[in-house]
Design a protein around this ligand. Structure first.
Ligand SMILES: Cc1cc2nc3c(=O)[nH]c(=O)nc-3n(C[C@H](O)[C@H](O)[C@H](O)COP(=O)(O)OP(=O)(O)OC[C@H]3O[C@@H](n4cnc5c(N)ncnc54)[C@H](O)[C@@H]3O)c2cc1C
Length: 464
């Protein structure tokens, strides 16, 4: 048995905690069977955004005519750019592994870990122990129990990001951000995309107006079956390569949705089941996410959990925020609580979506008083210059002027929403913090200024 000061399980977001501990002079084990950098670098944010940038370029060429410029796409080198993305990102992961192999005090185990007891782990044929343990094993795509799924080839986001060939058609089960982003990418590459989504809109966790606007835009691009769930899957009956999904509505209506490939994008589940957590007395909630307190401590002494497996948010930026707290609490001996006020999210489609805080549906469900401000991109100078006919920013505030939420759909919404994030994280988070800031003309940010200025004042007045 080899003893360490700290064992970090999972080399995604967790790798920064291991590196910080080694830097602080501790003896650290980092256990990661896959490529370092985890989901975000290898199977998530990075490859998906590199693909989406190709989609944006293709769409820009297609839209050039609206600006009086003739342009057309001669060829899309799908295999070539997928290879380039793969080699760029695997190179970064390999460089990270090489760097860690050279790092004093850091032992890298390329195996899966399982708990033997509270702070002892089986790693391959070895056992290791840590005075402290950080669990950062992430999540993986859900594979739902659908009739016939065992008899067909299907993709999850893990595979769909690295296809050798562009499919002619793709059926996507699910309507969250991964379905929306990959649907946008493949359609822009020329694939016929068909989306089957059990909720009444795509992106059902967005503000209802944003979700409805996005669903309308997506329905112009793809075949979209909202209110239908995939109830069965079968190979195509004519012997051609492909699948047919039976999509069933609540009233029993059935529709067959064929496609060359099938992508499952119905959510992600924590990897906590890979760890034998019972042996350590680490408790999970009913969905398998590891229970943590404000200091990211689990129910086992000197064991912390962070990132997707802790289930606070399933984002890289929230994982990084938790990693900074883990470094303070686990390595530097502090007690710094996490504060999840104003965690933003973004969807990198065209148009983009950026959101933070409560949605109107959540405020309604909680029976809270609120006022609304809204502004359209089309009413701003930059919106007109860029011909942004769709898209808006929407602000939800308490009647006393405290910002409760902000939701943007439109060009660069992922960037614009950070005006609201900063206001909500600093000081009192009031509407005036954005409404009274002088915004440079004619930036896209003027749509944010206009939306915040549209929020009625505490006295019910319109802002001058
Ligand atoms: C297609 C896609 C697009 C995304 N886009 C975005 C985005 O734009 N923005 C954003 O913020 N987030 C995005 N995400 C989410 C983001 O990637 C994750 O929230 C983040 O990577 C989670 O980090 P983590 O460290 O918790 O887990 P991971 O990065 O998954 O790391 C966990 C690691 O633990 C390892 N592991 C698992 N079990 C064991 C075990 N028993 N022993 C040892 N190691 C183990 C795994 O191999 C893995 O490398 C996206 C995800 C996907 C799938």
């Amino acid at each position: 048995m080899t003893d360490f000061d700290l064992v970090v399980i999972g080399g995604g977001t967790g790798n920064s905690v291991a590196a910080a501990a080694a830097e602080a002079g501790e003896e650290v084990a980092l256990v990661e069977p896959g490529p370092l950098g985890g989901t975000c670098l290898n199977r998530g944010c990075n490859p998906s955004k590199m693909l989406i940038q190709r989609a944006n370029v293709a769409e820009t060429v297609r839209m050039a005519g609206r600006f009086g410029i003739d342009a057309s796409i001669d060829r899309i080198d799908f295999e070539g750019f997928v290879d380039e993305i793969e080699s760029t990102l695997s190179g970064i992961a390999e460089d990270m592994a090489a760097r860690y192999r050279e790092t004093d005090g850091l032992a890298l185990y390329r195996e899966r870990a399982t708990f033997v007891d509270e702070r002892t782990l089986a790693v391959g044929d070895e056992e290791i122990s840590g005075d402290r343990v950080v669990v950062a094993v992430g999540s993986r795509p859900v594979v739902p129990p659908i009739d016939g799924l065992d008899d067909v080839d299907f993709l999850t986001s893990d595979d769909a990001l690295y296809l050798d060939e562009r499919p002619e058609s793709l059926v996507i089960l699910g309507g969250g951000y991964i379905a929306a982003e990959l649907g946008y990418f493949f359609e822009a590459m020329g694939t016929d995309v068909r989306i089957v989504q059990s909720h009444e809109t795509l992106l059902p966790h967005e503000d209802p107006e944003v979700a409805a606007a996005f669903t309308d835009i997506a329905a112009e691009r793809h075949e979209v079956y909202t209110g239908y769930r995939g109830s069965a899957v079968a190979p195509t009956s004519d012997g051609s390569e492909g699948v047919v999904v039976t999509a069933t509505a609540d009233d029993g209506d059935d529709v067959d949705v064929p496609g060359e490939r099938l992508l499952l994008a119905v959510g992600r589940r924590p990897n906590s089941d890979t760890l034998a957590l019972d042996a350590a007395g680490i408790e999970t909630d009913d969905r398998g996410f590891v229970e943590t307190n404000d200091y990211l401590e689990t129910t086992a002494e000197n064991v912390w959990a962070m990132g997707d497996v802790a289930g606070n948010f399933l984002f890289k930026h929230s994982g990084d925020y938790e990693a900074r707290h883990a470094i303070d609490n686990v390595v530097r001996g502090k007690r710094r609580p996490v504060d999840f006020t104003a965690v933003p999210h973004a969807v990198f489609t065209d148009p983009q979506i950026g959101g933070v805080g409560a949605t109107q549906a959540e405020l309604e469900a909680e029976d809270r008083d609120y006022v609304v401000g809204k502004a359209a991109y089309a009413d701003t100078a930059m919106g007109r210059a860029k011909k942004l006919e769709e898209g808006f920013a929407k602000v939800l505030a308490a009647p006393d002027g405290r910002i409760l939420g902000c939701h943007v759909i439109g060009h660069e919404a992922s960037t614009l929403v950070h005006e609201a994030v900063l206001a909500m994280r600093s000081g009192d988070g009031r509407v005036e913090d954005v409404a009274d800031a002088i915004h440079a003309h004619p930036t896209l940010n003027k749509v944010m200024e206009a939306a915040f200025r549209d929020v009625p004042t505490a006295a019910g007045d319109v802002r001058s």
